[in-house]
Design a protein around this ligand. Structure first.
Ligand code: GDP
Length: 310
């Protein structure tokens, strides 16, 4: 991902390097090329506008510094602004003072939520936590199975209405949550985590193919029922321009505390995903980079900016 954007920006800076001093016209020409590269990479128009305005202004007023030549200064400014649109700093997961930390996942169907649930559970387990996965996605018949498979691969337990409801399996007399009531499953899952002393509980919720009111209502109801410490919005970086509108709808409909960019290993242009933090004002916290449970990283805005400008 971002290869083409990266190539375009690198080329722009290469052209700049042959210049000793930079005139206003040189800077304007550079900013125009940057604007085109960002738009071609699907970065959202308002984000491009603000980005190029800041780069132009700062480049024009850049002091001649001993350490950096003019071209290097522009590269540094672009780097700083990229870090800024990606959210500035790395935002770690907030853990609850009193366990369990409740993490809810939201996003469209196919965004990569279930996979992410497994990745996050594995990463947390490796840090010494004891996560429980909760299958509150009752939309698709196979979703519960998929989460159970992912949980098994991660080596963590799953709380699911059917099949393999861990509470029912452990205790045949226990009431299994009703199939078809995702809010109830989510609530019972969190209660189960509390009862069995899991210090983190990750609740997978249903997505649909597109934004719809029923989906948003359900996610909002789950949120209200379990008062999560984190709501992570998972977005497929391959969906291009739709990413921004989808993110805005989820920000309005469910609200979320952080973003997970998934499928960053794909070869789509990726710029829309780069716009999501800026457009929603929520930080990108993790990146999903493949189908294996270990294809998962904490998102560092500065490292991503360097990767793009490398
Ligand atoms: P959900 O509907 O949001 O729960 O999405 P899933 O977790 O089921 O993922 C949908 C598809 O995308 C599955 O085939 C996953 O294997 C695949 N997938 C998920 N995350 C990634 C990723 O980071 N990279 C790639 N290449 N595929 C992924």
């Amino acid at each position: 991902m971002f290869n083409s954007l990266s190539d375009r920006l690198t080329q722009t800076f290469k052209n700049l390097r042959s210049r000793g001093r930079l005139s206003e016209a040189d800077i304007d020409a550079t900013v125009r090329e940057i604007r085109r590269a960002l738009l071609d990479a699907d970065v959202a128009v308002p984000v491009v506008r603000e980005f190029t305005r800041a780069v132009r202004e700062r480049s024009l007023s850049a002091e001649v510094s001993g350490a950096l030549n003019p071209a290097q200064q522009v590269v540094k400014i672009v780097n700083d602004e990229l870090v800024a649109i990606l959210g500035g700093q790395t935002r770690p997961l907030h853990l609850a003072k009193t366990p369990p930390t409740v993490i809810m996942l939201a996003g469209l169907q196919g965004a990569g939520k279930t996979t992410l649930a497994g990745k996050l559970a594995l990463a947390l387990k490796e840090q010494g936590h004891t996560p429980l996965l909760v299958a509150a996605d009752l939309q698709r018949p196979n979703a519960v199975n998929q989460l159970s498979v992912v949980a098994e691969r991660a080596g963590v337990p799953v709380f699911a209405p059917h099949p393999g409801n861990t509470s029912a399996a452990d205790d045949p007399a226990a009431d299994a949550p009703l199939i078809g009531d995702p809010v109830g499953v989510a609530r019972d899952g969190v209660a189960e985590a509390r009862a069995k002393l899991h210090d983190v509980v990750i609740v997978d919720t249903a997505g649909r193919l597109g934004i719809d009111e029923v989906l948003m209502r359900q996610a909002a109801d789950i949120r209200e029922a379990i008062t999560p410490d984190e709501v992570l919005f998972v977005i497929d970086a391959m969906i291009g321009q739709d990413a921004v509108n989808t993110a805005k709808s989820f920000a309005d409909g469910v609200d979320f505390t952080g973003v997970v960019l998934s499928k960053l290993d794909g070869d789509a242009r990726g710029g829309a995903a780069l716009s999501v933090a800026q457009v929603t004002g929520r930080p990108i916290m993790f990146a999903s980079t493949g189908e294996k449970l270990t294809d998962f990283e904490v998102f560092h805005p500065d490292r991503m900016a360097s990767r793009i400008l490398d």
